[in-house]
Design a protein around this ligand. Structure first.
Ligand SMILES: [Zn+2]
Length: 238
């Protein structure tokens, strides 16, 4: 068992409209889990500087999945490794490129979200998704191919583990951080918020039932939880 212990801190607190970004530190090694949206770039830089850091001090990014609200400042870290699954990368890039197809996008998107019409306001949601994509999606901001270290065949640095939580997006990963006295889970969108029924501005799960099981599972893996769209919380109260 590796002796190195990582410590987790909030960089950008998640909310119904933006994703959580977390700093993992271990001595003078730093990783960032999820980097937010393009208009949050200055907030991320500011949050890092409050820890005495600049983007060049960050050795790696961990991308839980490639939804727009989690990856668009990866380009702020051109010298860092990007840990992610190729499965979530390819799935999301393909989703966004199909959403940009002006002729067939409505039909194409159902390949990714076959359960779409089980939801209320599905048509409205589809149009929102397309609007959001046209406004924000920029493949250049997710980092360059040479930076990727796919988690299908690589591990995270010693002392960190992943748990695959594919209900939200195929290949989505949550990060398990065994800290000194407790285990922290940086859940990404496997757990959107502390309360199960809170509304957040994100995509519907790809698989509703799997997503429910993922949430249960990640909540069982640790006591300190960083949800994808809410502030951190501890189980059992605080
Ligand atoms: Zn997401």
């Amino acid at each position: 068992m590796a002796s190195s212990k990582w410590k987790a801190d909030t960089l950008l607190p998640g909310s119904w409209r933006n994703a959580t970004s977390v700093l993992l530190s271990n001595g003078d090694r730093y990783l960032v889990v999820d980097t937010g949206m393009a208009h949050e770039e200055h907030l991320l830089v500011e949050a890092l500087s409050q820890h005495g850091l600049s983007p060049s001090n960050v050795e790696g990014i961990i991308t839980t999945h490639f939804h727009i609200d989690h990856v668009l400042n990866n380009s702020l870290f051109p010298d860092s490794i990007i840990y992610a699954t190729q499965e979530s990368h390819d799935w999301c890039c393909s989703l966004y490129s199909d959403l940009m197809d002006s002729q067939n996008w409505e039909k194409l998107v159902l390949k990714y979200y076959p359960q779409m019409f089980e939801y209320d306001h599905a048509v409205e949601h589809l149009h929102q998704m397309r609007k959001f994509t046209l406004r924000w999606w920029d493949r250049k901001r997710v980092g360059s191919p040479g930076q990727h270290r796919w988690l299908e065949s690589n591990s995270l640095p010693d002392g960190l583990e992943i748990h695959v939580t594919s209900g939200h997006v195929p290949g989505h990963v949550s990060v398990i951080v065994p800290e000194k006295d407790e285990t922290t889970v940086v859940a990404g969108d496997a757990c959107l918020s502390r309360s199960e029924d809170v509304q957040v501005l994100t995509m519907i799960p790809r698989d509703r039932e799997q997503s429910r099981l993922d949430r249960e599972k990640v909540l069982s893996l640790g006591t300190r939880i960083f949800p994808g769209h809410d502030v951190e919380f501890r189980k059992n109260g605080n």
